[in-house]
Design a binder for this molecule. Structure first.
Ligand SMILES: [Cu+2]
Length: 288
């Protein structure tokens, strides 16, 4: 059976409650923190010579598609009616959005320590202790819009521009790739200002707190964000049916990226899966 991922803004209160309950149950069992750990382990920067599978790399999209599927499978073991909703941040782009409600993701961090004190993931509720967080205190943090250097969420026009890209990815296959759909959506721009962070990256920065960096999975909104990123990739695939995943082969000997990125048929750890195997999700789930 193909299951359906829905826009979070249209979920019923029962659907919101079921999603939150399944997430809290995964956390209680320790499974949730294994996902946090995996994401930290695969957080490899451009400058490192190690294999980069998850970020600043062509397999950013298939790696996260697999990561979401694994997470969703665990949720559905707990409650088979649950799927990962998506957050369309071009529309629900303020702190007043129902996404941040008391019954769903909870709200912004408080001033000072940025601690989230509302909703199911507030530390005082006793069910959301940060294990792998690189911060003291064990609580979830957020800093909407980063008041110290304000930024806004991406716009529909910015998404449209990326959707018009006709090539999946281009050399040098990292955060400096000047065109291509993958880096357009992942969102590494030039420069040192806020403009360096676009689309996917911009959303991580707008939420702030733990959503910055490798430990971002600690914020459950991570999944809703990446569900929308995956939706955009899916729509882009439909729009450009002949644009295949690139590169199809490893770069030639002597190329600085050889052995550091995943080509079409290379394995993407920690799973035994290739980008090619992640291209068609139509037999597993669909977006509405
Ligand atoms: Cu990631």
């Amino acid at each position: 059976m193909v299951h359906t991922r829905k826009n979070q803004r249209g979920l019923t209160s029962a659907e919101r409650r079921k999603f939150v309950s399944a997430v809290l149950e995964l956390k209680r069992r320790g499974t949730y923190d294994e996902f946090v750990r995996t994401h930290i382990d695969y957080y490899v920067a451009d400058g490192e010579t190690r294999l980069r599978l998850a970020h600043a790399t062509p397999s950013f999209l298939p790696w996260h598609r697999k990561f979401l599927l694994e997470f969703e499978r665990e949720l559905r073991r707990i409650d088979p009616t649950v799927t990962v909703p998506y957050w369309d941040w071009t529309r629900d782009n303020t702190p007043a959005a129902s996404l941040w409600g008391e019954d769903f993701m909870g709200g912004n961090g408080r001033r000072g320590d940025l601690q989230v004190t509302t909703g199911p993931f507030a530390h005082a509720g006793g069910r959301w202790n940060i294990v792998y967080g690189m911060t003291e205190g064990g609580f979830l943090t957020r800093d909407f819009g980063r008041p110290s250097s304000p930024l806004t969420l991406p716009t529909e026009a910015q998404v449209d521009a990326v959707m018009r890209e006709t090539v999946y990815d281009v050399a040098p296959w990292n955060s400096t790739s000047a065109s291509g759909f993958r880096n357009g959506l992942e969102g590494w721009g030039p420069g040192r200002t806020n403009d360096r962070f676009r689309l996917h990256n911009r959303v991580h920065r707008w939420v702030g707190g733990l959503m910055l960096g490798g430990a971002s999975v600690n914020d459950p909104v991570f999944w809703l964000h990446h569900s929308f990123v995956d939706l955009l990739w899916s729509r882009w695939q439909q729009r450009h049916p002949r644009a295949t995943y690139l590169p199809t082969r490893q770069p030639p000997p002597g190329d600085a990226q050889r052995g550091r990125i995943a080509a079409l048929d290379d394995r993407m750890g920690p799973w035994d899966v290739t980008p090619a195997q992640m291209l068609d999700h139509s037999g597993i789930y669909r977006y509405v």
